[in-house]
Write a protein that binds this ligand. Structure first.
Ligand code: ZN
Length: 282
C-alpha cells in the first residue's frame, strides 16, 4: 500500500490493491478533507461505495473507471457529500443502488435518496467473486453503514472513521453515546485496514479506533472540567474552553460535537439543561 500516502488528487484513480480502486471527488473542504472518497471493488463485476456529491467531473471519472462493469452502488449514509451522485450514476449504468434508506431531514440529508434495496446490519451482498457485509454504525448519522469486504478484511468506513480529522457529531441525528458504541463495535471485527470516506487508508484499524475512543473521552473530560470555570454555562461559554486546542474557524462545527457531548452527559445524569443553559450536577 505504498501508494496510499501519495497526496490525494481529485479525479485521479488510485489502485489501492489488486481489487480496490479509489477516486476522490472534487469537493475538498474543512468537513471533507481532500474530498469524498469513492471506492471501486472487484474485477469483472464491480461494486462502488459512496458516489459522492452531485458533480459532473466526478461522474465522468467514475464512469471512466468502471466502464460497463458496474453492478452495485452502495452508500454509507445520506449526507450530501456521500450519496447524491448515486442518481446520475445509476441512470448511466443501470447498477443497483443499495443503502440503509433516508432518515428525517435535519438539513444535512440527501432527501431524494431512494435505494433499490435497503440494507440492514448483517446483510451480505454477494457479488460473486467477493462479498460485502453491512455493519450498522450509527452515531455520525443514524443510517450509517460501514461495509466489510470479506476475505480482504477491509472495512469501508464512510464518515464513521475519517483519516486526518475527527468526525462531527451533529445532534439530533448525530448521537455521541451510540457513536462511541459503534466505534467499540469495530474492535470486535477482524480487520486488516480501514478505507475511510475522507483521507488515506488506515493500516492499524484497532489502534486507530482505540485512539478515537480515547480522544472522545478526553474531550468529555474537558467538558466536565469547563464547568469548573463556569457553572451553569451555555454552549457558547463552553466552546472556547473545551476546544482551546483547535483553530477558531473550526469552532462552529465543534459546537455541534460539544452539544453531542453535553447530551451524552445529560442522559448519563451528570448534567442538566434548561433553556440552553447547562449545569453540572453536584
Ligand atoms: Zn457524513
Amino acid at each position: 500500500m505504498s501508494q496510499a500516502r501519495e497526496e490525494i488528487v481529485p479525479g485521479k484513480v488510485v489502485q489501492l490493491n489488486d481489487f480496490i480502486l479509489r477516486v476522490t471527488a472534487p469537493n475538498p473542504g474543512m468537513m471533507t478533507g481532500p474530498g469524498t472518497n469513492t471506492y471501486i471493488i472487484g474485477s469483472d463485476s464491480l461494486a462502488l461505495i459512496d458516489p459522492g456529491p452531485e458533480s459532473a467531473p466526478h461522474l465522468s471519472a467514475m464512469l471512466d473507471a468502471v466502464g460497463e462493469r458496474l453492478k452495485w452502488i452502495l452508500c454509507t449514509h445520506t449526507h450530501l457529500d456521500h450519496s447524491p451522485g448515486a442518481s446520475a450514476l445509476r441512470a448511466e449504468t443501470g447498477a443497483e443502488l443499495l443503502g440503509f434508506g433516508a432518515v428525517p431531514d435535519d438539513g444535512r440529508q440527501d432527501t431524494g435518496f431512494a435505494p433499490d434495496r435497503t440494507l440492514r446490519d448483517g446483510d451480505v451482498l454477494d457479488c460473486g467473486a467477493f462479498r460485502l457485509s453491512a455493519v450498522h454504525t450509527p452515531g455520525h448519522a443514524s443510517n450509517h453503514l460501514c461495509y466489510l469486504l470479506e476475505g480482504e478484511r477491509w472495512l469501508f468506513t464512510g464518515d464513521h472513521v475519517m483519516q486526518g480529522s475527527t468526525v462531527v457529531i451533529s445532534p439530533p441525528d448525530g448521537d455521541m453515546i451510540v457513536y462511541l458504541k459503534s466505534l467499540e463495535r469495530l474492535l470486535d471485527l477482524d480487520l486488516a485496514a480501514l478505507a475511510p470516506g475522507h483521507g488515506h487508508v488506515i493500516e492499524k484499524p484497532h489502534d486507530e479506533v482505540r485512539k478515537l475512543i480515547a480522544h472522545r473521552l478526553k474531550r468529555e473530560r474537558k467538558v466536565l472540567d469547563a464547568f469548573g470555570t463556569k457553572n451553569p454555562a451555555t454552549l457558547d461559554d463552553m466552546l472556547p474552553l473545551v476546544y482551546d486546542d483547535v483553530p477558531q474557524r473550526v469552532h462552529p462545527v465543534a459546537r455541534r460535537s460539544l452539544h453531542a457531548h453535553l447530551i451524552k452527559l445529560q442522559r448519563n445524569g451528570r448534567v442538566t439543561e434548561e433553556s440552553g443553559t447547562w449545569c453540572l450536577r453536584s
